[in-house]
Design a protein. Sequence first.
Length: 234
Amino acid sequence: MLESKIISLYRSIENSYNTFNLTSKGVVLPGLYKSKQITKDALTLVYLYSKINQSVSKEELTAFIKKYYPKTNDVQQARHLAAQKGWYILSGTRGDVNSGLKNGEYKLVSIEIPYPEFTSGRRTQTIGTDNWDSLKEKYDYRCATCGSKEGEIHYYNPSLVTKIQKGHMNPNLPLEIGNIIPQCSWCNRPYRNYFCFDETGRVSAINDPKFIEKSTTEVQKKMFQLLKKKFTDQ
């Protein structure tokens, strides 16, 4: 795709963004350029828009991004654009109900309304650098969930050097002091918004009921019976 075409599609998205006042709904429009290079977020949004309401595989999206960022191996921008920036992008990996998407597939549904499950401001990072450094120091610069240490080889994935990120304890609340635990990218990424964590990095509750769809049919039946009994008795 030529750069002129990318810019044209981006301007169409930007126009819709302003027309439907998505900023008031907390949706974040990614910048088009950074250091004179089109950003990964902009490239991802533009590519999905060029195939709006069609399924796009992660491999296809990665191949497109690699034209501009050759060292890219694993594109995460589509998931972040939905969960963190509010764009109406469905994901087969995330398990969007009735999306018809397979694992590793995405689909941009609309540029006029936000992702239905997006909570405006939930991903706002209000923690300062000093506080974040102090929090990491409190955890000995280790992932609260798996214990891997920042800058060292990962405990469970020897091919990775551990990078510590800000992880939500409760995904429904802002990313701020009191709701943050340090997690490595290897732990933070697959958990997404499925769980709530306590200060020790242990799962304390299920946050997203869609997670049950990843369980066996037998477990789903047991969960159904448990909830049926609970709410029938009320």
